[in-house]
Structures are given as C-alpha cells and as structure tokens.
Ligand binder design. Structure first.
Ligand code: BG6
Length: 507
C-alpha cells in the first residue's frame, strides 16, 4: 500500500522464491494461487520468480501444478488466460518437509538453494504459512534452525503468518516470543485479511486526506461509534474450528479491532509502517480494561438455533458436525468498549458480529451528536434524523452521510436524507481476492498492512476480560436467536440501556 509522492506503486518486486507451507490446503487454492495469478495478470509478479509448494508427504510437481490449475479454474476472480496460468504454474515445484521430521528441512534447504540458483532468484525468500495455526511455531523453529530465514545482508527473508494468531493473550504472547527469537519483527508479516480490503484501507484516506473530518472526529462532536460485522452464513462445515473459537475470538481482536483502530487512531506523523502501526497499537492499548462484572454487563453472547436465511434452511448450531449438543460457544457477540484518551473519553464504541443473521452487512457507523435544539416547531429535536457518517465495508462498498433537510412545502419540516458515494460508481476495479495487495506488499517489503506484535497483543488484552468472564459464567447469560433473525434481544438492550440503537439496515 505504498504511496510514494501520492502515487501508487506499480513496480515489479525484486526476484524471489515464494515458498508455501500447506500447499495442498484450502487457503492456498482459494486465495494464494488466485492472488498470484491476478498479480501475474497485472504484471506485478517478480521476474525471475519461483513458487515452492511444501507438502508433508512427497508429491510430484506435476500433480501439485494440476491441483493449482484446477483450483484456479474454480476460484479465480477473473477469466483465466491460459498463457498467464501456464507461465505461473511452470515455476511451481513441490518439495516435502514436515517439522515433525526435522531432517526433512535439510532436504528443503538443499532443494530450495538448487532452485534459487537455477531460477536466479537471488536468495530472496518469502515463506507463507498457509497451515493450521499449531504448525506456525514448529515450522518457524525449523526454518530458524536450518538458517533458511537468516538475512545475510544480500537477500531478504520474510515469513507470512495467517490467522488465528493465538487463542488468547497468553498464547499470542507465547507465539510472538517464539517467532521473535528466530526472526526480527521486520521479517514477520501477520495477516489480517480485512487490511487487504480497499474499503478498510480507505478509512485512512478518508480521515487523513480530507481536511473536513478531522476537526469533528472527537468526543465533542461524535456521540458513539458502531462497528458491525453481521454475517448471514452459518458455521457450515467449520464446526470443529468454530466450536473451539467462537465469534469473539474469530472476529473481534483481529477484524473488528482493525476497523476500530483505523477509526480511532491519532493522525500518524508519517505514512510509514512504523508510525501507522504505532498509532494503531496505542489506541488499542487505550481500550479500558473492564472488571469481570463490567465485562458481563457490557457484553452479549448469542448462539443461533434453526431457522432460515434467504429461504435457505439453517440447522441449529448445536447439530452441526463436530459441535457438541450442549455447546455454549457463542456465534454472536456484542461489546461496549470505551477508549481512555482525550479524543474518545465518554464516547462508547459498540461492536457486534454474528453468524446466520437475516442479512449481511459490514459497516462502521459514526453517529454525531444531535442538534442541541430544534427551532422548527413541526419537527422536535427527538424527531430529527440522526446524523451518521457510515463507512460501508461490504456489501455496500462506499460512504454515506445522513443528515436533515427541509421537506418541500409551506411548513418547515425536516426529514432525514442520505448522500451516498459508491465505489462502483466511480472506480472500475477488476474483481480480486483481497489478498493481492497483501502478497504484493510482502514482496516489496512494506508491512504497513500487517499486524505488529504489540498490536496483536493489545487486541487480545482488550478482549481477555470478556473471555474470562464468559468462561466463568458458563451457560449463564448465553442467549439464543433464530437463524435469519436480527440476533439476540440482549444486543438491542445493550444499546437501549444507553438510549441508543443500532443503525437500521439500508433498504
Ligand atoms: C474469517 C473468519 O477470518 O473472516 C470467518 O474466520 C468470517 O468466520 C470471515 O466469516 C469474514 O470475512 P469477510 O471478509 O467475509 O467479512
């Protein structure tokens, strides 16, 4: 996401080897290879370049390429041009390595060095861990032990780590400590795919490339902020992962906090990875840590029961494969948070996310204070429309401003209207996976869109009191909501109690 002199970077990254662990996995087929294809189609892959697919059991390179091509046809976001696909796949080699058999990493090293010499990639290496999270530390350990990630001043070595990064504060700290024993922070790229979204990156531009928002972006003018990630899909086939994770861990310390930190951070003095990530971490560190009682009062947990979404039947969460019949895992979470700094003191941030809801909507709604009084007899102040600035992340990608205007006619009556900017009306972007910018940035060495250790830990620190309080409360306080509904009643009460309400859906 580099913007030298305000211009997007369009240069090819330096030559490198792209080494994927978990090469036969879902993530590789769904996102990594289609993203590499899109970069190739835009002329943004390095040259020379090679892809090394690491598998646990030995596999023929041809079979791996065939699998990639099949995946590409299934998951590509644009029409696949055979010549581009062939050129990309031609540089794929399969190599077997398994951290449970440390000697296999010696073999990986030998083969990689051979390939690097043959392909002329100059020793630059990007290791992408598209594996289950329990493999992150063991793979990093072996990469460290064999010297594969050691930077020698001539070539760079980088490690991309997928989510989830830890399951609580202690495990995230432990994983950071292990990685940072092997690599320097500048070599680690912790992915949060929300940062690959144009609409999310745009929050920085909206705030800091316009002079008109910043002066009112504070407690004097903003009443509260809502961050909503409502999903209409159920948990589907991910019962095993999801039942150990739940909505809070799955979404809040990562995706929702990315949105929160971009909205709430102080203006960075410079647009560089160090400064931006420092400001983001600082605002997360300023989230007030609640007591157990406050955590329970300021949160809502829900689990969906059977219902239907858009005419499709969704089974009860507890009947999903690998989910226990008395599971108390939440599929919906809502929190009220406060940020202890001068900009935000007294401004609540309401966050909510849930599965199997009646609609899909990801948005940040900034609610401004009401007019102090209404001089228009026909519209008393409590009837004035609310002033919102809404950042639509998905599916309505854009920005909406809601304000009052005069209803035409002899009486002076006010009514709420909306001014809407939609990306699709102004920009024609090729459909993408959302990973292209992230992968490209890793290759050019720009980690502005990746999480730094302190940011990840600050996120976990802020949600830990809720995790602890919920664990202690057990089934007490878990609410149920029917699939296809608007979520548990408690989420509405959380707002009502403060005299507020969630922004209604756009028609
Ligand atoms: C993933 C979660 O990280 O993000 C999923 O594991 C969730 O449960 C997904 O559905 C949401 O991403 P998006 O981009 O569809 O909002």
């Amino acid at each position: 996401m580099s913007m030298p002199d305000g211009q997007p970077a369009h240069h090819k990254p330096e030559a490198c080897a792209f080494v994927i662990f978990g090469a036969t996995g879902d993530l590789t087929h769904r996102l990594v290879i289609p993203s590499l294809y899109n970069l190739a189609a835009s002329g943004l892959l390095p040259d020379p370049f090679c892809v090394v697919g690491v598998t646990r059991r030995p596999m023929e390179s041809r079979a791996l390429r065939d699998g990639f091509l099949k995946g590409l046809h299934e998951f590509a976001t644009r029409r696949v041009d055979d010549r581009i696909a062939e050129k990309l796949l031609e540089c794929v080699t399969a190599v077997a390595a398994d951290p449970a058999e440390p000697e296999s990493f010696g073999g990986l090293k030998q083969q990689l060095e051979k390939l690097e010499a043959a392909r002329n990639t100059g020793g630059n290496r990007l290791f992408y861990l598209a594996t289950p999270p329990n493999a992150f530390a063991p793979i990093a350990r072996e990469l460290g032990r064999t010297g594969l990630v050691k930077e020698d001043g001539r070539a760079w070595r980088r490690l991309v780590v997928e989510k989830p990064f830890g399951t609580d504060l202690a495990s995230a700290e432990a994983l950071n400590a292990k990685l940072l024993k092997i690599l320097d922070e500048h070599q680690i790229y912790r992915i949060d795919h929300y940062l690959g979204k144009e609409t999310v990156q745009n929050i920085l531009v909206l705030r800091f490339a316009n002079g008109m928002f910043e002066p009112i972006w504070n407690r004097h003018h903003i009443d509260h902020v809502q961050i909503m990630v409502d999903e209409n899909l159920g948990v589907g086939h991910r019962g095993n992962f999801y039942d150990q994770t739940g909505a809070l861990r799955d979404m809040v310390p990562n995706h929702l906090f990315q949105l929160l930190s971009l909205v709430a951070m102080e203006p960075p003095a410079r647009f560089d990875a160090h400064t931006v990530r420092t400001e983001k971490a600082e605002v997360l560190q300023a989230i007030q840590v609640p007591t157990a009682a406050e955590a329970l009062r300021n949160s809502v947990r829900g689990q969906y029961t059977a219902g239907s979404v858009n005419g499709e039947e969704i089974i009860d969460y507890r009947r999903i494969n690998d989910v226990g019949p008395d599971s108390i895992t939440e599929t919906f979470a809502a929190l009220k948070l406060t940020i202890d700094n001068w900009r935000w003191a007294g401004v609540p941030f309401y966050l909510r996310t849930g599965k199997a809801l009646g609609h899909k909507r990801t948005e940040v709604a900034i609610k401004f204070r009401q007019a102090p009084l209404s001089m228009f007899a026909c519209t008393p102040v409590e009837k004035l429309a609310e002033n919102y600035l809404v950042v639509g992340i998905a599916p309505n990608e854009g920005i909406t401003l809601q304000f009052n205007t005069k209803v035409p006619g002899p009486a002076v009556m006010a009514s709420g209207v909306e001014m809407k900017f939609r990306y699709k009306d102004y920009f024609k972007a090729e459909p993408s996976t959302g990973y292209e910018t992230l992968i490209y940035d890793c290759m050019i060495g720009d980690n502005i869109l990746f999480q730094r250790a302190d940011g990840v830990e600050a996120g976990w620190r802020a949600v830990q009191p809720f995790l602890d309080a919920w664990k202690k409360a057990g089934a007490d306080g878990l609410e149920f909501y029917a699939a296809g509904s608007q979520g548990p009643e408690g989420a509405f009460d959380l707002m009502k109690r403060d005299g507020r309400k969630w922004r209604t859906l756009d028609p």
